[in-house]
Design a protein around this ligand. Structure first.
Ligand code: PAF
Length: 285
């Protein structure tokens, strides 16, 4: 049976009981409106851990002014059914008042790694993600926490935060789950009209093209991103925010050729919907 907890105290009491029974704990943090991408994280966590906590919370501190905090899709009944079917032990569904004191003063600022890619157009986003994820780590005290590679910059940032702040847990990155035409699964795909949904396939096409170029030996980042840009620009409904290759270690553009593990990431607006996609590549693998 899946426990539904709305308060921190309820989560803590379940955790105390599991620890007394010697059980390991996995955490899957989400903002709800769960799809097969989230399901794959929960499946992996259930496979690795005795007890899995899924948090469902649309975190206000990671949305900037004018972003989609109010309109972000929500369907808790569906989320709970998915978590139950997947074997989650507890679903944590707090409201904002439970997690954030009105006079809270503590921030976590992720320097360097948040300056490029999504951090350029969403300056407060990763500080908000770090704050909520750190709080969830303190509340749930998991042995492992699961994040999708779809949000690649987020994944690298959370790994860095865990290392820098000595959180005693392992971060498990899970592969991107795609629709049959290649579009990366995302809760925001529901914003797309029929014609926009058809156009959105251009993101995964550009990603596949860039990956193939890197796999076949191209080491000039500009050659790869230029080819990807040309593909995206052929789609009239697509507006590029960025197409970048950065080092995985610093999330900064490379000085020269690809000679270290890289992240190739794109953000593209299809109509008013901002979508992201990416691939990791290691030239020495
Ligand atoms: O990836 C997400 O859905 C969110 O950024 C996260 C990690 C749940 C924090 O709110």
């Amino acid at each position: 049976m899946t426990i539904v907890a709305h308060s921190i105290a309820e989560v803590r009491s379940a955790v105390i009981q599991w620890r007394a029974e010697g059980k390991s704990i996995g955490l899957v943090p989400t903002m709800g409106f769960l799809h097969e991408g989230h399901q794959s994280l929960i499946d992996q966590a259930v496979c690795d851990c005795d007890c899995v906590v899924v948090s469902v919370f649309v975190n206000p501190t990671q949305f900037g002014p004018g972003e989609d905090l109010e309109s972000y899709p929500r369907d808790f009944d569906h989320d709970l059914a998915l978590c139950q079917a997947a074997g989650a032990a507890l679903v944590f569904h707090p409201d904002a008042e439970e997690l954030y004191y009105p006079n809270r003063s503590t921030i976590i600022h992720m320097a360097d790694l948040s300056e490029e890619l999504c951090g350029k157009s969403r300056p407060i986003h990763f500080d908000g993600v770090c704050l909520i994820v750190a709080k969830l780590f303190n509340i749930v005290t998991p042995d492992r926490a699961y994040f999708g590679q779809k949000d690649a910059q987020q994944l690298l940032i959370i790994k860095r935060m865990v290392r820098d702040l000595n959180f005693p847990l392992e971060i498990v990155g899970c592969p991107i789950i795609r629709e049959s035409d290649g579009l990366a699964k995302s809760s925001r795909n529901t914003y797309l009209s029929e014609s926009e949904r058809a156009a959105a396939v251009v993101l995964s096409q550009a990603i596949a093209q860039g990956h193939k170029l890197a796999d076949s030996g191209e080491r000039d980042p500009r050659a790869i991103t230029a080819a990807m840009r040309t593909t995206i620009e052929r789609e009239p409904l697509a507006n590029i925010e960025y197409v970048e290759i950065v080092s995985q270690e610093h999330i900064k553009p490379l000085d020269g050729l690809i000679d270290q593990p890289i992240l190739c990431a794109i953000a593209v607006r299809i109509g008013t919907t901002r979508l992201i996609d990416n691939f990791f590549f290691d030239p020495n693998a």
